[in-house]
Design a protein around this ligand. Sequence first.
Ligand code: ATP
Length: 367
Amino acid sequence: MLEGAKRSLRSEQVPKLTSLSIYRKKKPRKIMNPDDTIKNGPFSWRVETLLGSGGFGDVYKVYDEKNKAKHYALKTESEDGKKSMLRLKVEVKVFMTITEGRKTNPNGFKHFVEFVDRGKSEDLGCKFVVMSLVGPSLDDVRKKYGVTLNDRSTPYIVAIQSLEAVRDLHSVGFLHRDIKPANFAVGFGPTEPTVFMLDFGIGRSYLDPKTKQHRAPRKSVKFLGTLRYASRACIKGIDQGRKDDVECWIYMVFDIFDPEEGIVWKKVAGRDKITRAKEKFFEGKSKEAYKLVPYNLKTIVSYVDSLRFQSAPDYPFMINYLFTMSNQAGFPINDMNKGAWVGSLKNKKTGTGERTDKLSGSNDSDT
Ligand SMILES: Nc1ncnc2c1ncn2[C@@H]1O[C@H](COP(=O)(O)OP(=O)(O)OP(=O)(O)O)[C@@H](O)[C@H]1O
């Protein structure tokens, strides 16, 4: 039933460091070209362009041949990966849970893309998922489009919207476990002012499937994520809870407020040194992190540090606090749709499809 795009397939090795400490030899991955098509039931997904590549697959801008005007994102995952690494399955599970949540809360979940289709391509040897198209990631917004995200009320707007996304994901029982600027994107077209959460590939339910109660912590857990933004527990192999997503969110917020020095371990190499730097940060010994970050954010930092494995974070407290902070800084947020990127994404600084966070730092390795 599925037809791949045999006509113009080419094989390409997509080089990427996929593990913390080892280079794993990967089979060449088939990449689609413009006009290649994947047929799936009522849909015929035609590729317009490659949006980006991750360690496990690629993301394309596509349209359904029946309606050329509406674009979507098609994300693939090659099937030669280790079973434990099959991330698209988790991603689909999260999408379906969000879709279910929308039935009872139609106005909620605004920070999540729509799930449109999923299937398998024998020709490409991959599974795929189709979702609504969003704009560039927060990382790309500042690096490739040169938009200043740490100006006036914008860093507060980003912080609040991204925390709302974390809150909503937690509300349906999932942890993200890879919160970072590259995994949030701004919207496209009418949704441009909205910040979207992406990439649920290493997400995990924190609820026991039978009892629906919080799971007990596992004894030890293999590191998955991005060292720079990973929580202290994650790096130490300790099982993660909602507090860990919020800890990663804190690191991301510091990075948004001060891309140079907000994360003081940005130029530090090695797990142990990074963990120590994060511990110092939470002990209040990293004054340099607050050069551009308003010092009263320390209240949220201390609050997050007080959370335990099963704690339900107080999202309203943190969101209200951010509104107050913005107000006190002289930038009252009257409209959440007024982030600095809105209407400013016309010109791209660089033309590569590469993800800049993967290129910029040796410590930002993903697994
Ligand atoms: N719905 C979407 N609309 C537009 N662009 C998207 C969408 N989903 C992902 N992208 C973009 O596609 C690129 C690759 O995304 P993906 O999540 O697969 O990559 P990744 O995070 O590098 O992968 P990984 O962390 O799994 O190695 C990123 O630049 C991302 O912003």
